[in-house]
Write a protein that binds this ligand. Structure first.
Ligand SMILES: NC(=O)c1ccc[n+]([C@@H]2O[C@H](COP(=O)([O-])OP(=O)(O)OC[C@H]3O[C@@H](n4cnc5c(N)ncnc54)[C@H](O)[C@@H]3O)[C@@H](O)[C@H]2O)c1
Length: 257
């Protein structure tokens, strides 16, 4: 019960990773706020989690991480309902319809839009929550980065698939890792802990050839299940990680080595 009575907001909480993180928060006595631009999916995921839980309740909220008013409404609604917010997990994954083009074909306006949607959104939510955390006298943020914010893509594993590793993704994720350090240091003496988790690839019905190529890079497993990220996230959300600040925790079965 490492997160007893803690209110934890997960942006993009209705997605692949968000749902597993919410499950881990419930199992540790916390209250996950499943905030997502797709409110119906957030409701569905919350209902599913609430059916099987032993304790606590997951709550769905509508949130657009690119809208100042949507973010401030979420903060206000949560304070009105719970009286406090303990943690934020920046996990949403916005992208426009042309996202994923190969480098020579990336249109400049799509590039700019995708950077703003994702990195810009993480900045906006972090900024608004930090304003609140500074006033509250404590707070905690876990940013979800990626190994591709740390290392150059392994393009060879995408061969024989129609998958790509978008250039925007690498730039966004390395930006998120450095944003983590900037924010952590900026809020000196404010009792706000800000860290990042950089997961490796997560299983999600990828082509067999891709999974086989990827798995050769891992030490024991290779591609992760979304649930493999829960433990590291609970560690960073809990008091176990007091004084771990501004760090990037790579969870990738050694793929980066
Ligand atoms: N899936 C992987 O292999 C993998 C690996 C490493 C890191 N990650 C990171 O994990 C995080 C979650 O990824 P995922 O695979 O669960 O993605 P996903 O697409 O399954 O879920 C993302 C969620 O974000 C929501 N969303 C999109 N735009 C939004 C907005 N403007 N405001 C609020 N919510 C919005 C979507 O509705 C969706 O529910 C991302 O940061 C991703 O980069 C994923």
């Amino acid at each position: 019960m490492l997160l007893e009575n803690q209110i934890v907001v997960i942006t993009g909480g209705a997605g692949l990773l968000g749902k597993q993180l919410a499950k881990g928060i419930l199992e540790n006595g916390g209250t996950p706020i499943i905030s997502d631009i797709d409110f119906k999916k957030a409701e569905f995921v919350s209902n599913e989690l609430n059916k099987n839980r032993k304790h606590g309740t997951a709550f769905p909220y509508e949130l657009d991480i690119n809208s100042n008013s949507s973010v401030s409404l979420l903060v206000k609604s949560l304070i009105d309902k719970f009286g406090h917010i303990d943690s934020l997990i920046n996990n949403a994954y916005p992208r426009n319809k042309n996202y994923g083009a190969h480098l020579p074909n990336v249109n400049y306006s799509d590039f700019c839009e995708n950077i703003v949607l994702n990195l810009g959104g993480y900045f906006l939510v972090s900024q608004q929550f930090c304003n609140y955390f500074a006033e509250q006298g404590k707070g905690n943020i876990v940013n979800i980065g990626s190994i591709y914010g740390v290392i150059a893509p392994k393009f060879e594993i995408y061969k024989s698939t129609n998958m790509s590793m978008p250039v925007e993704y690498s730039i966004i994720k390395s930006g998120i890792i450095h944003m983590t350090k900037y924010f952590a240091k900026y809020y000196k003496n404010k009792n706000i802990k800000i860290n990042c988790i950089s997961p490796g690839g997560i299983l999600n019905n990828q082509p067999k050839v891709f999974i086989e190529n990827y798995n050769k890079l891992g030490i024991n497993k290779g591609m992760l299940d979304a649930s493999d990220v829960i433990g590291s996230c609970i560690f960073l959300l809990s008091e176990l990680s007091n004084f771990v600040n501004g760090q990037n925790l790579i969870v990738d079965d050694g793929v980066c080595l």
